[in-house]
Design a protein around this ligand. Structure first.
Ligand code: ATP
Ligand code: MG
Length: 318
């Protein structure tokens, strides 16, 4: 590897035209290309079956792409897989603790497998359990631990390794709000020394944690950037959520969207949002106005807006 390539490749994640075809004609990833600094936290969001786990598995060198390429810190996920594996660690979506191992034994086993000796594995493992605030469970059998503690043990294992790049596929699924917030705190601390690539269905989690967010849908990377950049990509960055049960018209500059739960929402420009909300408030309509949240952006990106032309509600349109 020459010096220039070395420099360009440092601390970056680059995918070029990644495709994954599990069965003929069935693409889980379609031409995924991205280039981001491999530092901080990257959150990949998308519906069930969008291709998130497939992308994680390819980047974590567990699955071969059908075509295209990807490099992390300048190392190709196929050609340099052995070398790359030393600097990455992954908690798969389906990872479970072994019931008859304690957290200490599990973390140590993982570290032995990664090549650490007994004393170092014990030191590093216990330090990680301590950092995550679960040291007191170190010697409890896995089967006796709650789901949240089990997830934290898995995170402790990867953070105890020497890996700089951590892949966490839905790390907080099934956690209660407090355990989730605790894990967020841990990830925020971890990101100082690690690059964390996580997937999540909790958009609030991506919004709070991620430096960069990618939206994957049907195998395609639909949008990527910071929350502000994503907001800048959508045509209408302001949202008015209609809280009253009332008919509303599509604005001249904007869209009228009806959520699956029937919630009506107008997305529009800031000026138009001010004008419309003043008019609606005068008409007695209850509403909330704000810049688009990641939830809004996500729906906007993965779904075509549905126009609420029917106005079947009993109350009058404004
Ligand atoms: N081993 C496999 N063989 C065939 N098809 C697969 C395989 N693994 C995944 N798929 C298909 O690839 C697509 C993407 O799956 P993937 O697991 O990557 O999605 P995901 O975004 O992680 O979904 P979820 O949010 O439910 O975890 C889906 O249509 C899935 O059925
Ligand atoms: Mg998945």
């Amino acid at each position: 590897m020459n010096a220039i390539y070395d420099h360009v490749g440092m601390e970056t994640l680059i995918c070029k035209g990644l495709n994954k075809e599990y069965e003929p004609g069935k693409y889980a990833l379609r031409s995924v290309s991205l280039s981001i600094p491999a530092s901080g936290i990257f959150a990949l969001i998308g519906r069930n079956g969008a291709g998130k786990t497939t992308l994680v598995r390819i980047l974590a060198t567990q699955l071969m792409p059908t075509s295209g390429s990807a490099t992390i810190d300048g190392m190709d996920v196929v050609r340099d897989a052995d070398r790359l594996r030393e600097s990455i660690a992954c908690v798969p979506q389906e990872a479970r603790l072994i019931g008859w191992l304690t957290p200490r034994q599990l973390v140590m086993s993982y570290l032995y497998w990664r090549g650490f000796g007994k004393a170092e594995a014990d030191d590093r493992g216990m330090a990680a359990l301590r950092k995550l605030g679960i040291e007191r469970f170190a010697n409890t059998l896995g089967r006796a631990l709650s789901g949240g503690i089990k997830r934290k043990v898995l995170v402790a294992a990867v953070m105890a390794s020497e890996a700089r790049v951590l892949f966490l596929d839905e790390p907080t699924t099934g956690l209660d709000p407090i355990s989730r917030a605790e894990l967020w705190g841990t990830l925020q601390k971890l990101k100082k020394d690690h690059f964390i690539f996580l997937t999540t269905h909790y958009l609030e989690e991506a919004e709070r944690l991620a430096d960069t967010i990618g939206i994957l849908d049907n195998g395609r990377l639909m949008a990527m950037g910071t929350l502000e950049e994503l907001r800048g990509m959508v045509r209408y960055p302001y949202s008015i959520k209609i809280l009253s049960k009332t008919g509303v018209e599509k604005p001249k500059h904007g869209e009228l969207i009806v959520g699956a739960d029937g919630q009506k929402q107008i997305v529009t420009t800031e000026d138009e949002a001010n004008r419309i909300s003043t008019k609606l408030i005068r008409a007695g309509v209850r509403l909330s106005m704000s810049p688009l949240s990641l939830d809004d952006i996500f729906y906007y990106v993965v779904r075509k807006p549905i126009e609420a032309g029917d106005n079947n509600d009993e109350e009058e349109s404004w």
